[in-house]
Design a protein around this ligand. Structure first.
Ligand code: FAD
Length: 296
């Protein structure tokens, strides 16, 4: 099923993100996680893609298994920065042959050794989106950044480029993680200003340890509210307490987003099913109430 049709049928759409295990680990480890996530009835599960293409086969294999063996809709991430147009075309055929209907079309992070003489087939995700559109039949998602992408001059400029991705053919958007919902609401206002009218699902990362979050913040540039920093500082050496506080913080964020009327929640599970289980359990009655209100 196309994810855009899921958004047409229900809101909020609840989805999970997982990543393929590293090559040295058996692929079966991720199936144990998916088995547990399945019981939570997600609307779709997305599978990340290594920007260098290192685990690209695993992305397709896992996305295909989620859909064809577990009966859950899947979303395969695909980055283009390190690939030629022919390579991307091959991957698109591979995805199609494996029954995958939904692609999250991404540029990927710029390679560290990029010099001005590098000849790249793709500059931006919108170029990949245009290529996917030509193939017909895929539903296309794209990435959005509530605080602006780390390379962009400012948020407004980034939103203008986001509109170009939607105009190129993106059917829905998934945001980068954020810890301050006001940033998301401000970003949503800007998307309205620039005429972006596709569903935008909010990416939420439950924080489980301090080093993980500091690494992610460096990569993404997401800002940390004071109350969040207090939690990290207080419980950084008490893993169980930090786990509990991280789940509570993410739950509070999600409840506020749902009350505000967000189109969807995309949970970055970090392959930890127990995190998703706890959070979905925390909002089970809220989900039920929303489904009744929205589609009564
Ligand atoms: P783009 O939309 O192309 O934007 C990149 C930069 O270029 C931005 O600063 C933008 O403002 C600027 N820009 C865009 N168009 C123009 C233009 N016309 N002129 C000038 N500047 C322009 N990475 C992975 O490697 N694998 C994954 O699986 C993965 N999954 C992700 C999932 C989500 C939900 C998100 C939010 C990110 C994910 N990423 C993943 C990270 C992503 O690849 C990086 O953030 C990357 O640096 C940008 O990708 P993009 O598709 O947003 O790029």
């Amino acid at each position: 099923m196309l994810i855009k049709d899921i958004f047409n049928q229900k809101r909020p759409v609840i989805s999970f993100e997982i990543f393929p295990p590293k090559k040295e680990y058996p692929i079966s480890t991720i199936y144990e996680t998916i088995e547990k996530l399945k019981d939570l009835n997600p609307d779709f599960i997305s599978v990340t893609y290594g920007s260098g293409g290192g685990n690209r086969d695993r992305t397709v294999e896992i996305a295909s298994t989620i859909k064809n063996n577990y009966g859950i809709e899947s979303l395969a991430h695909l980055t283009c920065i390190a690939s030629s147009r022919n390579e991307i075309q091959e991957i698109l055929h591979h995805l199609k042959n494996n029954g995958i209907d939904n692609i999250l079309a991404l540029r990927g992070d710029l390679p560290k050794d990029l010099d001005s003489n590098s000849c790249m087939s793709y500059m931006y995700a919108k170029d990949l989106i245009s290529q996917i559109v030509k193939m017909n039949g895929f539903c296309i998602g794209a990435a959005a950044y509530p605080e602006g992408h780390i390379e962009s001059e400012n948020l407004e400029e980034d939103v203008k480029y986001l509109k170009e991705k939607v105009d190129a053919g993106a059917d829905f958007l998934i945001t980068q993680l954020f810890f301050d919902n006001e940033m998301f609401y401000n970003f949503k206002d800007l998307t309205v200003k620039y005429g972006i009218n596709v569903p935008i699902t909010a990416g939420i990362l439950p924080v489980l340890n301090k080093s993980q979050i500091l690494r992610i913040i460096t990569l993404s540039g997401a800002s940390l509210p004071k109350k969040f920093i207090r939690i990290l500082d207080k419980y950084e050496y008490s893993p169980k307490a930090l786990f509990e506080a991280g789940i509570a913080y993410a739950t509070e964020q999600i409840i506020d987003l749902l009350s505000w009327g967000v189109d969807g929640i995309h949970l970055y599970t970090m392959n930890k099913a127990e995190v998703a289980i706890k959070i979905i359990d925390n909002i089970s009655e809220i989900k039920n109430a929303l489904n009744q209100v929205n589609f009564a």
